[in-house]
Design a protein around this ligand. Structure first.
Ligand SMILES: [Zn+2]
Length: 255
C-alpha cells in the first residue's frame, strides 16, 4: 500500500501539502498516481500533520507501476524516515525554470522548497549511511534515482553545471562559512581549498526579497556541515544555490 507525496491532478503534478493547505479547492476523487494513473486518495495522516496520498479503497497500482516496485524493493520495517524518503517523488527542475509569471514561480517554490523538502532532509539526516546507500526514489520525469546520487559536493555540482545545459535538483553537502552582505542580498560561501577537498567556490545565496524571512536563522547555519536542497546555477557572479527558506531547504548534519 504505497504512500506518495505527489499526485496527478488535472494533468498537473501536485504535492500533498498543497492539498492540505487548500483542502476545499480540490475534487477529492480526481487524484491519480503520477506513474500508472490509477485513482489514489488524499490522507491528512496521523494527527493531520502528515499529508500524503495512498491507495483508493479496493484499487491497486498497476502491476508495472514503478512506484509500486520501489516500495516492494525496500524493506521499511517501522522506519518512518525510510518511508518518507522513498515515498518522495522528486520534482522536475524544468518545472520551476520554465515558469514565466511571478505568481506561478512563487507557487512552484513553495512546492519545491516547502514542508516536504524539510521532512525529506530531516529524514535524510536521521538514517545511517548504510541504510541510505540502497534507497531509490522516483522523479517526476519518470526515472529512478539513488538518493545518494542526489547528494553532491560543490565540485561535482560545478562540473555538472559546466557539462550540462539542463537544470537539475540536488542536495549539496558541504561546510558553510560566515554570511556576508552583497548589496541587498546575503551570501553564505561554502568552504573551499581546505581540508574538505573542494577546490572551487560555491555560495548559498539569499535574494534580498527573501532576506527578512530568513534573517533570524542565518547564524544557525554558519560554520556547519549541512545538506542544502535546491537548484544549482551559474551566473556571472559564480556558482550558487538560491536559498528561499533556510528552514525548508537546509538540514544541519553535525550539530
Ligand atoms: Zn501507480
Amino acid at each position: 500500500m504505497p504512500r506518495i507525496n505527489s499526485s496527478k491532478y488535472e494533468s498537473e503534478i501536485i504535492d500533498a501539502y498543497e492539498v492540505d493547505d487548500q483542502y476545499d479547492s480540490f475534487k477529492k476523487d480526481k487524484f491519480k498516481c503520477p506513474e500508472c494513473n490509477v485513482q489514489i486518495q488524499f490522507n491528512r495522516g496521523i494527527n493531520a500533520i502528515d499529508p500524503h496520498f495512498k491507495n483508493w479503497p479496493k484499487k491497486s497500482h498497476l502491476s508495472n507501476c514503478e512506484i509500486l516496485k520501489i516500495h516492494k524493493q525496500h524493506n521499511k520495517g517501522n522506519n518512518n524516515d525510510i518511508e518518507v524518503l522513498i515515498s518522495t517523488i522528486l520534482p522536475r527542475a524544468e518545472r520551476l525554470q520554465k515558469l514565466n509569471s511571478i505568481e506561478k514561480i512563487r507557487k512552484a517554490r513553495n512546492r519545491y522548497f516547502g514542508k516536504r523538502s524539510k521532512q525529506f532532509l530531516n529524514s535524510l539526516t536521521s538514517i545511517s549511511y548504510e541504510e541510505l546507500k540502497n534507497l531509490t526514489i522516483r522523479t517526476e520525469n519518470k526515472t529512478t534515482v539513488k538518493i545518494i546520487d542526489l547528494i553532491m559536493r560543490q565540485d561535482e555540482i560545478i562540473n555538472k553545471l559546466n557539462s550540462n545545459d539542463e537544470s537539475f535538483v540536488c542536495i549539496l553537502k558541504g561546510y558553510t562559512t560566515k554570511a556576508v552582505e552583497i548589496g541587498e542580498n546575503i551570501k553564505i560561501p561554502m568552504t573551499f581549498g581546505g581540508k574538505y577537498g573542494n577546490s572551487q567556490k560555491f555560495d548559498l545565496f539569499i535574494p534580498s526579497s527573501y532576506k527578512s524571512k530568513n534573517d533570524k536563522n542565518i547564524n544557525k547555519i554558519e560554520s556547519k556541515l549541512i545538506y542544502c536542497y535546491g537548484l544549482p546555477e551559474k551566473n556571472e557572479y559564480g556558482s550558487k544555490i538560491d536559498l528561499f527558506s533556510i528552514t525548508h531547504q537546509i538540514a544541519i548534519i553535525e550539530r
